[in-house]
Design a protein around this ligand. Structure first.
Ligand code: ADP
Ligand code: MG
Length: 685
């Protein structure tokens, strides 16, 4: 049986609705299910005494119900305190039935699983999974590590596990083509998949979690090879294409640079020259600009746009979210309207009249520079003479998406040049793999006079002082970000943590305009809130880690990051970059729970020491070498299914060699298996 042909709808419990949700995750065949790998694992194999529970831990514990009550404060909630010989913990429910309440009577024994959080008096768990043990139920412990899969709205972990169970049964009876011959390994693809989906009780847990287990390494290697091959195809294809040769830099670019109120930094000038050289050749430019937040990438993009427009071509500038696109619209309008250019604006939600006008102006060639979201790349948008596309914050897009963007605007066999920008600096060795399809330019210098962001670390026990500090900043007219972090895939819990924080902050600062953004809001609401923050109608923005990379609110000069110990260095650096964008001096407060691991201490120390994104990326690489339970794959650079560029850097060379030995006829199937269609995912993170 060919598992690539076997549709998921053949699995039990997968009807058309479920199939639709799976399709959103690019899962169509049983093979796709097998290659939909766990993000991480939960350790439910043992019970932890209540006294040993710590904030941030996900754990199984059990106890006797000591007290249960229903409260009617802002929101109705059910509070149940349970205890064992070592301590007490609170279970908090916002959604519950009378039957649930009646079952959790005083004296009942319950077994629970959930993420431990700091509560008002004791530790607490919001909406734990639980079993009432007197019902004869088994405790919440499991024989093996529990895989946690990437899921989508309405598709639960339990359903995902049932689906993978069936796919694994199919795998036992059918074989998957070994498309890659890996020397010196005795792990077959089949064994590796089975192990990663359902780690046997005997497995070396540490090795699995850290990714050094042979099963993980076998799969990571294959993924890296597939990635490399796919990138090569993109590059090969690009080499065959032709692009307009542009006489760059040209007069318009010179005029633009003259009109600036500042002089370019050396790094900006160098990158602009590199772009000019690319544009002069009749092959499409495929260039990536890496530059730390605030390094002045927008100016470089504007210079590139001026070169293309000066030579008579149109330019398209795309950002992944509306708020970022709006920012570009503002900068480009400011730069180019005085020079007599027409700037167009296209986003998903324009009124039909406005949209028609915008599209017509683009088609007629009246618009010189079109700024927008992915709406720019929809079928009904046709450029009269597109010469250059600029894509901001590229790390959100995969290789395949980059390819499809590139194919837009092909005319008479000529493709536009493409410039992409990212604020996620990564070490050179990794850039070669992550961005292998692109030439890289680095803006490694900040404009003069930038104020360093002062970073301090404060234990959560001093939370009241932190809130005081926020109040003072707001009283001085500044704006503040407050970032809540929780373990990644539970958007529901993330949203709830943010809501709780808002409640807490409103209590302390009833007169301050406080708003919230989180991943469960739709993008229109998110954009609206971000907009209000930008316009200073909101002074304090409570956000989960979804807050946009690249959003520019110069008046925001203080950022609080909760549970900083949980985040990787790169993510901390990205978040910190939300402030320090104006002339006032800015600060970042890292709030941490006590009992920091050695590595968490190191991370926090590095954040206090330096503001340099590249230095931080190098340190990140070093510190992650040994891996750590914490977010093993949240590099924020490239989303692989199992490989991690940082962790698996020693596989890169082997992947390069192996990719040259893959028989040509295996390449399409190998790429398809790992990369799928990689449909774009805009807006919602
Ligand atoms: P980013 O790289 O984060 O996108 P921006 O392009 O938004 O950075 O630039 C950040 C700020 O720095 C903007 O206000 C911009 O006008 C300013 N800027 C850019 N280049 C220079 C320069 N060479 N000298 C002084 N200020 C600059
Ligand atoms: Mg920017």
């Amino acid at each position: 049986m060919d598992l690539t042909e076997l549709s998921v709808t053949r699995l039990k419990g997968v009807g058309s609705k479920q199939a639709e949700k799976l399709a959103r995750l690019q899962i169509k065949s049983v093979q796709d299910v097998l290659f939909h790998l766990p993000l991480r694992y939960q350790d439910r194999t043992r019970e932890i005494a209540i006294g040993n529970l710590a904030v941030g831990l996900e754990a199984v514990f059990s106890g006797i119900v000591l007290n249960i009550e229903v409260l009617f404060h802002r929101r109705r909630s059910m509070i149940c305190t349970i205890g064992d010989d070592t301590g007490e913990i609170t279970l908090r429910f916002f959604h519950f039935s009378n039957q649930q309440r009646d079952k959790l009577r005083k004296g009942t024994r319950v077994s629970c699983f959930g993420e431990i959080r700091r509560g008002r008096q004791t530790l607490e768990v919001v909406h734990p999974e639980y079993q009432v043990l007197s019902d004869g139920a088994a405790p919440m412990t499991a024989q093996t590590l529990t895989p946690i899969y990437p899921v989508t709205e309405g598709l639960h972990q339990l359903a995902m596990r049932k689906i993978t169970d069936q796919a694994l049964t199919h795998l036992q009876n059918a074989s998957l083509a070994e498309l890659l011959t890996v020397p010196a390994t005795d792990t077959t693809l089949q064994e590796a998949l089975a192990t990663v989906h359902r780690p046997p009780p005997s497995i070396n847990v540490e090795a699995l979690l850290q990714g050094s287990h042979p099963a993980v390494q076998r799969l990571a290697l294959e993924e890296l090879v597939a990635h490399r091959l796919s990138v090569q195809r993109v590059r090969d294809k690009a080499r065959l294409q032709s692009a307009p040769a542009i006489a760059a830099p040209g007069d318009l670019c010179a005029k633009l640079i003259e009109s600036l109120p500042f002089t370019l930094t050396g790094a900006q000038a160098r990158v602009i020259e590199e772009i000019a050289a690319d544009l002069q050749t009749p092959q499409p430019m495929l260039r990536l600009i890496q530059g730390d937040v605030g390094s002045g990438k927008t100016m470089v993009a504007a210079a590139a746009a001026a070169m293309a427009v000066g030579a008579g071509y149109q330019v398209a500038i795309m950002a992944p979210t509306e708020i970022l696109a709006e920012q570009h619209l503002a900068s480009f309008t400011e730069c180019f309207e005085p020079l007599g250019l027409n700037i167009g604006w296209l986003k998903g939600k324009l009124g039909s009249r406005q949209k028609r006008d915008a599209i017509e102006a683009i088609a007629m060639g009246h618009t010189h520079i079109a700024v927008g979201t992915h709406a720019l790349f929809q079928r009904d948008v046709e450029f009269a003479n597109l010469g250059l596309t600029i894509v901001d914050e590229q790390h959100r897009f995969g290789v395949h998406q980059r390819l499809s963007l590139r194919e837009k605007g092909i005319e008479n066999g000529r493709v536009p040049h493409q410039l992409t920008m990212t604020a996620t600096p990564i070490p050179r060795t990794l850039a070669m793999t992550a961005y292998a399809d692109l030439d890289c330019s680095v803006i490694d210098e900040l404009p003069p006079g930038r104020q360093e962001i002062k970073t301090v670390a404060v234990p959560n026990s001093r939370r009241t002082e932190v809130i005081e500090r926020v109040a003072v900043a707001i009283a001085e007219g500044r704006q503040v970000y407050w970032v809540c972090t929780l373990i990644e895939e539970s958007e529901v819990l993330q949203a709830r943590a943010a809501e709780d924080t808002v409640t807490e902050l409103v209590d302390h600062m009833p007169d301050v305009a406080i708003a919230m953004v989180h991943g469960r809001m739709n993008s229109a609401d998110k954009d609206q809130t971000m907009h209000e923050f930008k316009e200073n109608q909101v002074q304090l923005l409570v956000a989960t880690t979804v807050i946009e990379v690249g959003v520019d609110v110069p008046n925001a000069s203080l950022i609080i990051i909760e549970n900083a110990e949980r985040l990787g260095l790169s993510q901390l650096h990205q978040l910190r970059g939300r402030v320090g964008r104006g002339s006032v001096s800015s600060s970042c407060v890292l709030v941490f729970e006590s009992g920091l691991s050695q590595r968490a201490k190191q991370r926090i120390a590095i954040m206090r020491e330096t503001n340099d994104g590249f230095a931080i990326a190098e340190k990140d690489l070093e510190l992650r070498g040994a891996g750590e339970l914490l977010g093993t794959r949240q590099t924020g650079v490239m989303q692989f299914r199992i490989a991690d560029l940082m962790r698996d850097k020693k596989l890169l060379e082997q992947a390069r060699q192996l990719s040259e030995q893959v028989p040509a006829e295996n390449v399409p199937a190998l790429v398809e298996r790992w990369m799928g269609d990689e449909a774009p995912e805009y807006g919602n993170v």
